[in-house]
Design a protein around this ligand. Structure first.
Ligand code: HEC
Ligand code: HEC
Ligand code: HEC
Ligand code: HEC
Length: 132
């Protein structure tokens, strides 16, 4: 009893606290995302598998999660989804959701290919992979 018991509760409390602190990270981003936006239904191509965590480990969040001010300076994104701003059709000078994905994903991969980086898909079948 006494000190030992207290320590045990203290440790339990810490574990619970750590668990709740980790929650937003554990549930807000999936390591791998199967891209399946209903705005793009009906899908004609096999769904794209996006390794978000692997990408995020190699580049800055704001490269993709951009948020421009009126002078097109990047204020730094906060992880909002692309469809918050890019909708089904181009609007207010912003690309459509499909153009936003293709522009960003393929755009970067094309630059990477020119720089000789391997495993940066640019052809349809390398991203829209038929899996069975
Ligand atoms: C290579 C581009 C890229 C990088 C780098 C990147 N993300 Fe993402 N992120 C995406 C895309 C694309 C989505 C999916 C958005 C959608 O479904 O509309 C996404 C989704 C998310 C989501 C989920 C949003 C939701 O509500 O479902 C969060 C949170 C997030 N990213 C945070 C981050 C953070 C934090 C970093 C940096 C550590 C980061 N991202 C780096 C492209 C990227
Ligand atoms: C907060 C709103 C907002 C969010 C969220 C957002 N964008 Fe954008 N995006 C913009 C604006 C504004 C522009 C600039 C439009 C212009 O040129 O006037 C833009 C431009 C672009 C462009 C063309 C220029 C460039 O910077 O490459 C691409 C591609 C793009 N967005 C893709 C994406 C993708 C993919 C996501 C999600 C990971 C995303 N955007 C999230 C607002 C947003
Ligand atoms: C800012 C640069 C950048 C953007 C934006 C980007 N990628 Fe990549 N991508 C890379 C790099 C670099 C690699 C190769 C490194 C590696 O193997 O992880 C890669 C590799 C890949 C691969 C092959 C390896 C794997 O992880 O499966 C796929 C598939 C892929 N990207 C899909 C996407 C999709 C889908 C998007 C848009 C939602 C996207 N990428 C946006 C830089 C980018
Ligand atoms: C770098 C990866 C990448 C490449 C390369 C790519 N796409 Fe996509 N494509 C995507 C992503 C990501 C989406 C968004 C899917 C979603 O969220 O539902 C998409 C969506 C689509 C859609 C709308 C959804 C559907 O299935 O109907 C079509 C059509 C499409 N792509 C056709 C193509 C064609 C044709 C090519 C080759 C010229 C191509 N894509 C190359 C990543 C890619």
């Amino acid at each position: 009893m006494g000190g030992g018991g207290l320590m045990r509760y203290a440790r339990l409390g810490f574990a619970a606290l750590a668990f709740f602190l980790m929650m937003p990270f554990a549930f807000s981003q999936d390591a791998v995302m199967i891209m399946n936006h209903k705005e793009l239904d009906p899908h004609q191509r096999p769904l794209v598998r996006f390794t978000h965590e692997q990408h995020a480990a190699k580049m800055d969040c704001v490269q993709c999660h951009h948020d421009y001010d009126e002078y097109l300076n990047n204020k730094g994104g906060e992880g909002g989804v692309c469809s918050d701003c890019h909708v089904q059709s181009p609007m207010d000078g912003k690309l459509s959701l499909l153009e936003a994905f293709h522009g960003q994903c393929k755009g970067c991969h094309e630059v990477m290919q020119r720089e000789g980086k391997p495993n940066t898909p640019v052809t349809c079948g390398e991203c829209h992979i038929l899996r069975k």
